[in-house]
Design a protein around this ligand. Structure first.
Ligand SMILES: C[S@@+](CC[C@H](N)C(=O)[O-])C[C@H]1O[C@@H](n2cnc3c(N)ncnc32)[C@H](O)[C@@H]1O
Length: 414
């Protein structure tokens, strides 16, 4: 009897993605559930979960290194409280789960040379040595916009089980992003930088497609499938406040929460794209931008602003057609052709600019959503070491090939 081929080989998706229905759950904090718990929680973990600095918490709770349940409940009552990576009703469950997880000490990965790792980003980040990474540069899945080849549900601290980017609400997506950023904080060097490429989504009723080419075909009327024949749909009704057709403001939510979790938001950079898909909407302007959030752990991360003037444009230097001699927070860079079969790539020039600005030769660069490997190509061209993670073996194989073929360029100071 012939063995069934794995889904990857047949082209079928191994997991049926559910539709997205952004209905905000009705939930509230149940204080009585925690009455008998005597656990003390580290101040730093509490600070991250309640979105306040440790100094501010000390003003409320006194100068303590750990906090008990009563103190955490008091923080959840403060005007200054704001959700970060779990909703208010789950903060104490989250802190208890962290205490249990702290008992497990995994064997760490060897990241001395360029490496690619397969798996869910949160599982892999636990295996990367603390403070070993000088720069994280990545383009994450955007909320509710694309279906990736090997998308499957993963478990999150807020209790949701979903592929990243396929959450039922934008808030779920933002919480999961914050959980990933908290894990990245641990592996980032003290003078390191995170460059987080993100685009906003609109709360609309739409079919979710695999890539921009499919979306364009649909706009040109070349997709004959009916609403119900699509693999996956996104609805717009049922959210606590977002109305149909409204912009979700996801990048600003991520930036604010990153600040609340201890990062410095150094810049919110606009990536002005040189070409974008046509949009059918007639009641708003068309979108032409994405964002790159520059986050750091300290006020003065490693930063070499001058390199922008000397690098070739293809590797992050000035795009002379559109950019001035002054490196500003508007970057005009070409959109990726997407010819390599991955639906959502950034151009090599984007990660190359981030890497060149915030690392030296041989520093370690990490892309936790490596996709087709453009960040790895940039790192190799600039002679930096590179670690990439992706949940898709197919994308990793493409990445491996592209990174191996990339040639180091002659750097300006040579
Ligand atoms: C926007 S794409 C990255 C594209 C990449 N910057 C490039 O230029 O090719 C996002 C990637 O995240 C991967 N991904 C999605 N969920 C993931 C998870 N939980 N852990 C690791 N990778 C994941 C997808 O397979 C996809 O390749």
């Amino acid at each position: 009897m012939s063995k069934a081929k794995p889904a990857r080989e047949t082209g079928a998706r191994p997991y049926k993605l559910p539709d997205i229905k952004p209905q905000t759950p009705v939930a509230a904090l149940d204080r009585n559930r925690y009455a008998d718990i005597a656990t003390e929680f580290p101040l730093a973990s509490v600070a991250l979960a309640v979105g306040m600095s440790t100094t501010f918490i000390k003003k409320i709770c006194g100068n303590r290194k750990t906090l008990d349940v009563a103190a955490v409940l008091a923080l959840l009552d403060q005007d200054a409280y704001k959700e970060t990576l779990v909703p208010r009703s789950k903060v104490i469950d989250h802190l208890l789960a962290l205490e249990a997880a702290a008992q497990i000490k995994p064997k760490l990965l060897d990241v001395r040379d360029a490496s690619l790792f397969h798996g869910h980003v949160l599982d892999q980040l636990k295996l990367i040595p603390r403070k070993s990474v000088q720069c994280v540069v990545t383009s994450t899945p955007y909320w509710g916009l694309r279906i990736y080849k090997e998308s499957h549900p993963v478990s999150w601290a807020d209790g949701e089980q979903s592929p990243y980017g396929h959450e039922q609400t934008p808030e779920g997506f933002v919480r999961h992003t914050m959980e990933i950023l908290a894990a990245l904080y641990e592996v980032l060097a003290d003078d390191g930088s995170i460059w987080w490429n993100i685009m906003d989504s609109f709360n609309t009723r739409t079919q979710i497609r695999g890539n921009a080419a499919e979306a364009l075909r649909a706009m040109q009327g070349k997709d004959g499938r009916s609403w119900s024949e699509h693999e996956c749909r996104r609805y717009s009704a049922g959210h606590a406040y977002l109305k149909d057709g409204e912009q979700c403001l996801i990048p600003s939510m991520i930036a604010e929460r990153a600040s609340r979790m201890g990062f410095y938001v150094k810049s919110v950079i606009t990536w002005a794209k040189t070409s974008t898909l046509p949009e059918p909407q007639t009641s708003r302007v068309s979108r032409n931008l994405e964002y790159v959030l520059h986050l750091s752990k300290t006020r003065t991360p490693k930063f070499n602003k001058d390199i922008y003037r000397t690098l070739p444009a293809a590797y992050g230097g000035r795009n002379t057609e559109h950019e001035s001699d002054k490196l500003s927070d508007v970057w005009t860079l070409p959109t990726s052709s997407g010819r390599d079969g991955h639906g959502a790539q950034f151009p090599v020039a984007l990660p190359a600019r981030c890497i060149a600005l915030s690392t030296d030769e041989n520093d370690l660069v990490l892309d936790p959503f490596v996709g087709n490997g453009n960040s790895g190509v940039a790192a190799r061209a600039l002679k930096r070491r590179f670690v990439g993670i992706d949940v898709s073996e197919e994308y990793l194989a493409a990445s491996k090939k592209r990174i191996a073929e990339a040639k180091p360029i002659k750097l300006p100071k040579e």
